[in-house]
Design a protein around this ligand. Structure first.
Ligand code: GRF
Length: 234
């Protein structure tokens, strides 16, 4: 009889969303295709009408209208309790448009990731594509970072870049960056579920080593990191 190998349980992912949910869909597709070895344990939203919620069965949905809570802390507390009840290994903000309070971040710190449509530290916050065009930047892209209380300021794990083209509008840029986001998020989550990512003292660790420069991916999918971090195909 062959020796039984260790039973490795699938890593549990909770995803926070506010809108359309195309990043969530990229994760769902990858899980279904067997290219992301993880289990989705809940999708959480501050907007009960968010289309993203429709992408998963009722049993995986949690939402509450943040405006109906007396304070940010009260909403964050309810959200944190719901997320904790799903016992996630990783909590992923994928188009979650509300600032997470200190209490929420403290509860999930070190396993809380966000995808942001800019090459951080440039262009924290909103309107990133328009701001890139206003500044005349030639490069743009997306970042995945650990979440800290300050907005879009946590340790960056990985980035993917693309060239700004003549004639680009905020809309055309947003569409190209979004396609890149899906691939970047997936690539980073593969590292996360494989146990290769961590955060210590506000620094991202990859295979136990500090990430001083974000792992970088180009839009052709060519790994530019010596560790051979690969962007999955489109
Ligand atoms: C993405 O660009 C994400 O980076 C930003 O909001 C957008 C959400 O897109 N924070 P989707 O809901 O995943 O389609």
């Amino acid at each position: 009889m062959p020796a039984a190998g260790p039973i490795v349980r699938k890593r549990r992912l909770a995803v926070l969303v506010s809108g359309r949910g195309s990043n969530l869909q990229a994760l769902l597709d990858a899980i279904a295709a067997g290219t992301l070895d993880a289990q989705l344990v809940g999708v959480f939203s501050d907007r009960p009408a968010a289309p993203a919620l429709q992408r998963v069965p009722h049993a995986l949905r949690w939402s509450a209208d943040a405006r109906e809570f007396p304070s940010r802390e009260a909403f964050d507390g309810a959200l944190a309790d719901a997320v904790a009840a799903a016992r996630p290994d990783w909590v992923v903000c994928a188009g979650y448009l509300r600032i997470l309070g200190d209490g929420f971040v403290a509860r999930f710190r070190g396993r809380l990731l966000n995808i942001h449509p800019s090459l951080l530290p440039k262009y924290r916050g909103l309107r990133t594509h328009a701001r890139v065009l206003e500044a005349g930047d030639r490069l743009h892209g997306a970042s995945v970072h650990f979440v800290v209380p300050e907005l879009d300021a946590g340790a960056v794990v990985a980035q993917a870049t693309l060239a700004v083209e003549a004639g680009d509008t905020p809309e055309t840029l947003a569409a190209r960056v979004l396609a890149l986001e899906h691939r970047l998020l997936l690539a980073v989550l593969r590292l996360a579920v494989d146990g290769r990512l961590a955060e210590r003292d506000a620094t991202a660790l990859f295979d136990g080593h500090p990430v001083f420069m974000p792992l970088r991916l180009d839009c052709a999918g060519t790994p530019t990191d010596p560790a051979g971090f690969r962007l999955p195909p489109q």
